[in-house]
Write a protein that binds this ligand. Structure first.
Ligand SMILES: [Zn+2]
Ligand SMILES: [Zn+2]
Length: 295
């Protein structure tokens, strides 16, 4: 399994000289497994260049795109993603239903003529839309994809991809749960079980991440910068490391860098993470755009 980080920035793309090392494109990942169509998670601006690269080698016959949620930073590339305009290409989307809206409705909304000049019906690729609910599992050849609901506004899904005894878990976007229940249905679940809900959710997330070879975790904030912003829906290295340690994950990438964070700020965040992880086996690194990990 090969995992490539196409975009690691959170909230909005950035373009500044002092942010080049970690990159300015928003969330998108590529997962390659031999004999299986290319798999992507999210279509932030990082996916754009990948579309150009794919077509330079010929039109791909099939792509599978898994969606965590439909905030713009995870969706911005789709109208510009070149394979969507190719008749010979089939694109399968696996996405959560959020606030009773299917992904199909939301992606078509990106082509509203007042927002984008190309109408949706000019997309030539065959598209299929598969609803993903927390707890679901999907199989694509040798790859299994599992879903877990994260603590983020609407319905946001973490994805666990497994193939040939290797696993990568993507936990983005995700916030501390304690007195901060942001996900759709979580407040109701808490009211039904006020003593147990937050503990059970955390234990569920740890099980979902268990023994992962690689965890890519939202660390938009630091312990300092999250103050007063827990309701924004993002985590810190402290939370990512605690969960990765409890899950006995092998490697952790700090992901979804805040758009105002310079390279120096990302390195400061990584140094804080290394201090927290220094007595563990866990390998911690800041995610950087273009990074490729062979599992
Ligand atoms: Zn995001
Ligand atoms: Zn989000």
């Amino acid at each position: 399994m090969i995992v490539t980080l196409l975009g690691v920035r959170g909230s909005r793309p950035v373009s500044r000289m002092d942010m080049l090392r970690y990159g300015g494109n928003t969330t998108s990942f590529k997962i390659e497994v031999q004999g299986v169509p290319p798999i992507y998670i999210d279509g932030g601006t990082g996916l754009y260049e990948e579309g150009v690269r794919l077509l330079s080698r010929g039109v791909p016959s099939k792509l599978c795109i898994f969606i965590t949620h439909t905030h713009w930073d995870h969706m911005l590339s789709f109208p510009f993603f070149a394979p969507m305009y190719e008749e010979a290409c089939e694109v399968s989307f696996y996405a959560p239903i959020s606030r009773n809206q299917r992904f199909e409705t939301l992606i078509k909304g990106q082509y509203n003529p007042r927002a984008f000049p190309v109408p949706y019906d000019q997309l030539k690729a065959r598209q299929t839309f598969i609803d993903a609910r927390p707890g679901d599992r999907f199989t694509i050849g040798r790859v299994t994809a599992a879903c877990f609901q994260l603590n983020h506004p609407g319905t946001t899904i973490g994805w666990r991809m497994e193939a040939d005894d290797q696993s990568v878990v993507v936990v983005t976007d995700n916030a501390p749960i304690e007195d901060n229940r942001l996900g759709e249905g979580m407040e109701e679940a808490y009211r039904a079980d006020p003593e147990g809900f937050e503990r059970k959710w955390t234990e569920g997330l740890i099980r979902f991440m268990a023994d992962a070879d690689l965890v890519i975790y939202d660390t938009h904030f630091t312990d300092e910068s999250i103050k007063g912003k827990r309701h924004w829906g993002h985590s810190t290295p402290t939370m990512a490391i605690e969960h990765a340690k409890r899950a006995r994950a092998k490697r952790l990438l700090l992901h979804h860098h805040a758009p105002e964070d310079t390279d120096e700020a990302v390195e400061h965040k990584a140094a804080e993470a290394w201090r927290l992880a220094k007595d563990t086996e866990l390998d911690v690194q800041p995610a950087s755009e273009g990074m490729t990990i062979w599992l």
